[in-house]
Design a binder for this molecule. Structure first.
Ligand code: AMP
Length: 418
């Protein structure tokens, strides 16, 4: 039997309802904050990701699904959505009317990481991005919206981790100092960090290897090397979050794995996920639009790990929706009548089901129970003879006769009002 690819997964009915509920919660909240949905392709030119995420990052170096298509174009299954959104903003000149554009998108991403619980090779993210806005109030509002989203899904045990990565004005001097520090402790670093130290020293700061974490405990931090503008920006973000009653921790080691980040970076962590504790992450990328050939415009965004979120929310026991009506029939004549009725009732927005196999009445009642039907309409030989079906309320067990004459309209009224 052919199995699915390692690190990929099916989202089956039962779980899908939960995913839909999360999607609806995100769309409704984000739209209230002025975000509009954007849908971008899953396949892009490899260069888009190499230039934005950065050649020396784990994602671009070893995790992308990249291949040449039959005409030798080098393409990649997107490992994240921000680069594509920025590309669309530039390509369609979405900045021309108003540089400030707010987008959200929900969809699959692909990274060839080592699969484990909470880490997949095809995983889903919910992204929200504000392009063209520099104000630190936007940073605070975005974090506020993210926290509210998790609150609406009743995700508890979360903490906001906040850091700043400075800007091209203050970061180079800090990087030099960090490099000097890392040269002194080089024998204590893992092989990956040994490499990162030269190409991307910031990444050493958030290496998960315990020996590296201990070795960089006293490393210099960006937060102590900010220029006046970055310092002012970060202070306003913090002040605004406090005004909005959002608790946060400053995490000097929070670097995030993508090169394009500047200034504010943040992560939402939870104790409910084990090793993969980050449920969402994001930050500013003030240079990316320009670096990808667009106008000089700042931006900020976040990505929520959908799969991880669904795991937490399903542990909260939010159950699948039940159905309104199940029609149980006996005999061909009853089945034909029920078939027509069920179609008419279902199109009016009442969730209706019937059984198309030849199960007995008892088996059908069991199925209705399993589906969580609120009502069952029973239609056997006796009912056909008397031209009156029986409607059973599955909660109170009360049974009432419903004449065939006008039955569809009567049921619509009854079920909509109960
Ligand atoms: P990133 O795009 O790396 O900033 O990640 C943002 C969020 O996406 C993380 O906080 C995770 O919740 C989620 N995420 C990232 N990589 C994976 C993965 N391989 N599997 C599942 N979720 C992931």
């Amino acid at each position: 039997m052919i199995q699915l690819i390692r690190g990929f997964k099916d989202v089956l009915p039962g779980e899908v309802e939960l995913w839909q509920m999360i999607e609806k919660t995100a769309a409704s909240l984000f739209e209230d904050f002025g975000f509009r949905e954007i849908r971008v392709p899953i396949l892009e030119h490899t260069e888009l990701f190499a230039r934005s995420i950065g050649k020396d990052t784990d994602i671009v170096e070893k995790e992308m699904y990249t291949f040449e298509d039959s005409k030798s174009d080098l393409v990649t299954l997107r490992p994240e959505a921000t680069a594509s959104i920025v590309r669309a903003y530039i390509q369609h000149r979405l900045y021309a009317v108003d540089p400030v554009q707010k987008f959200y998108t929900i969809g699959p991403m692909f990274r060839r990481e080592r699969p484990q619980k909470g880490r997949y090779r095809q995983f889903y993210q919910i992204n929200a991005e504000v392009l063209g806005a520099e104000s630190p109030l936007v940073d605070a509002q975005l974090i506020f919206m993210l926290v509210e989203f998790l609150r609406r899904l009743r995700v508890s045990d979360t903490s906001v981790h906040l850091n700043t990565l400075g800007c091209p004005k203050c970061r180079p001097a800090f990087q030099k100092e960090l490099h000097r520090f890392l040269s002194k402790i080089k024998t204590q670093l893992c092989a990956d960090c040994e490499r990162r130290k030269v190409k991307n020293p910031l990444r050493v700061l958030d290496c998960k290897v315990l020996a590296c974490r201990e070795a960089v405990a006293d490393a210099p931090a960006m937060i102590d090397h900010l220029c006046e503008e970055c310092k002012g920006h970060f202070e306003t973000v913090q002040k605004s979050l406090k005004k909005l009653d959002i608790q946060f921790e400053i995490d000097k080691r929070l670097v995030r794995g993508l090169d394009y980040y500047t200034r504010t970076t943040f992560e939402i962590q939870t104790g409910l996920l084990g090793a993969q504790s980050a449920v969402a992450g994001g930050g500013r990328y003030d240079r990316l639009i320009e670096e990808l050939g667009g106008p000089v415009q700042p931006a900020i965004g976040f990505a929520i790990g959908f799969d991880r979120l669904a795991e937490i929310v399903s542990a909260n026991n939010i159950s699948a929706p039940e159905i309104d009506l199940f029609i149980a029939t006996l005999g061909e004549q009853a089945k034909t009548a029920a078939f027509e009725w069920s179609c008419s009732i279902a199109v009016s927005g009442i969730k209706t089901e019937m059984d198309f196999s030849d199960k007995g009445l008892k088996g059908q009642m069991k199925k209705a129970d399993r589906l969580g039907a609120r009502y069952v309409l029973i239609l056997g030989d006796k009912e056909i003879g008397e031209e009156t079906a029986v409607l059973r309320n599955m909660t109170t067990k009360e049974q009432t006769p419903v004449p065939f004459e006008g039955i569809v309209e009567n049921l619509k009224i009854k079920l909509k009002n109960s």
